[in-house]
Write a new protein. Sequence first.
Lengths: 190, 185
Amino acid sequence: MRTALKVLAVLVVGIALGLAATWASVIRGTMAGGVSDGPWRTSLYAGSREGGPYLRAQIAMHGLLALNRHETIYYTAARDSDGNVLDGRCLYQIEGRDPPARWWSITAYGADDFLIPNAAERYSMSVNSVARRADRSFVVTLSKGQGGANWIPVGDGPFNVSLRLYNPAPAVAGDPAHVVLPTIRRGTCE
Amino acid sequence: MRMKLLLRHWPWLAATLVLAIVVHAASVYLLPRFVMMRTMAAIARNTGVNAISHGQRPSSRSRGVVRPSPDLLYSTCIYDLAAAHGAVRVHAKDMPATYWSVSLFDADTNNFYVMNDRQAKGGAVDFLLIAPGTFVDGNRLPVVIAPTERGIVLFRTLINDETHIAQIDAARRHAGCEAYVADSR
């Protein structure tokens, strides 16, 4: 009887520990083999067979059907340029110039990795839609309340942002940690 | 005291640790396959396999695949080489004058092929997706070898002009995907 209980305990605890380790490394963990560029993180092996099991599992959960680096490079930010977690109760300004790619977009996602519901049905800004200053630079505002022409509404809780570079310049894949990308600055908070 | 307890129970502790490592490794390895199977089953429920489906513009109501781009129109096709008796034809012509691409994903989530509008000769693509070692009688189309029997064909079409969404949507419907028969060209 005692042996049976011990076997049961081994099974329950072993399976729970194994699944907890998967949750911590795949669901909550940082991108396997990724590189940082300011607040942005990316992996050149997203969508690629070279990615390894951890990155493949992370992409399955957080970026299914990602294109390989020859076609698109995906940067993601869950923190601002000062390292604070992006929080819908604060206003953020993403400021910069066109990244080196044929086409780019900035899109906000909720913690569930889906587009954030909002009455205006605004989810992204792109090279085609962003309003620019005279020097061609731009400022995109992320906030719960109204934020002007380049506004992307976000919800109350934590959120994250994708910067997609379609047909990136070769230099991006060559050194993805040193591409000049927009900064993310926190403004006022509730 | 603690050391004594550890020594007495070490075989059980070791078994727990080994089981945890095995469960962890297996779940990490199998997760992509599971997610792809679930996604392919959901798409196939609506359109079947070897048939293209032109999705609506993504919004916060789009819950099928994580992190959709609201700037793209997605057209999907579940390829099933067994159901197609060996070959699936993927094609597109007269696509909109904007960025578009066709990408292929195997059952492990790997993107094993992609071609975009600038790479497509004459703005068109037409190829066969086949299993390794398959010979397709009388075929003159380029072939792409699929690493797995099932997977996803995904067309992305960029909405580069909000005032022309209807035209872009109509033009991207020239993309197709179906079981190949020798005279379907």
